[in-house]
Design a protein around this ligand. Sequence first.
Ligand code: NDP
Length: 400
Amino acid sequence: MGKALIIGCGGVASVAIHKCCQNSEAFEEICIASRTLSKCDKLKAALENKTKTKISTAQVDANDVEALVALIDAQKPDVVLNLALPYQDISIMEACLRTKTHYVDTANYEPEDTAKFEYKWQWAYREAFEKAGICALLGSGFDPGVTGVFSAYALKHHFDEIEYIDILDCNGGDHGYPFATNFNPEINIREVSANGSYWENGHWVETKPMEIKREYDFQGVGKKDMYLLHHEELESLALNIPGIKRIRFFMTFGQSYLNHLKCLEDVGMTSIEPIEFEGQKIVPLQFLKAVLPDPASLGPRTVGKTNIGCIFRGKKDGKDKTYYLYNICDHQECYREVGSQAISYTTGVPAMIGAMLVMQGVWNKAGVHNIEEFDPDPFMDALNRWGLPWQEDFDPVLVD
Ligand code: NDP
């Protein structure tokens, strides 16, 4: 039994909050705090008569460390679950440190004025968190998140050594719009318009955006084109999976999405450099976000499935072995259950699970840790219980 303070009330947070409310045995109490109080109050009103979890709400600017400290002092949560944007990671970690409160997030820190996400800023807190006796669990979404748990599970139960990991993220969903993003458009477009990269033989190999393309036949979805991207879990898995030779990350994109993205890039709409417009400074990408469909509105109209997982290759008892662990999730089933599409669902469920394991002390390691550093078994059990059952294949088709 415990209390979580959840910061942010967007697409992912809404799913995590629904899941906490289904899991009242663990989450006796939650406080939903975000920039726009009305969103928190609306969700509270929709949920409070259907759950034993006690819900309160608060307004907070998560860039303001003092305000966060005051909120944590007032609420006294056992864990803070950060589901705001990556820009707020450091201020929320700083507030957790000052109040000696455990911290969980789903995305690594990215400065607002540079499209460059990496772990160095959060890893810099390792010693301070360790000294304070509190745990920061980084990246408890799907990717990063479940992909790290899958890697730890594969290493624990199926391999003596993992040499190759290919993470395949397939969204076979169709929302019927020519162009929309499945999660926060600003974060999504920053991610996919950046150079790609992968880890090979101890160093990074950089690629142009969308330079490497493969086709893969996904269980439950069918054949899709996928493209190599840089993705944040590559950075921590390269360190935490001993002896790893190569890790790559592929994500599927439809042709319409890519055409629109190219055109928007070509006309400057994806830029994060502020420009002067009618006497006001605006950031083109933020303006674009304002005119695109809100990801939260895609739920009712998205049909199809996601299939996200990892293909491992390595050695067991001196022999070569391959192993594929993945989850298939249906957009409409998610919508019926929690009112959101599968992208928010596949992130919100692991966020709830990570917060639960840290809050209950099942995962209890002071310091700042990526998810693959913990025992994967309780998380794998919880995935099956809370809506993201996983499947295995011992003879998968490999990606060349
Ligand atoms: P949304 O834009 O839907 O929600 C973000 C929420 O954060 C909004 O409620 C927003 O408030 C709030 N917020 C933003 N700035 C502040 C601030 N300064 N103070 C307080 N609250 C603030 O995003 P998503 O739900 O799609 O994404 C949430 C997180 O999940 C992101 O970090 C994203 O990168 C991550 N993610 C991780 C994935 C994974 O698999 N690991 C996959 C998908 C997403 P307001 O309502 O006022 O705008």
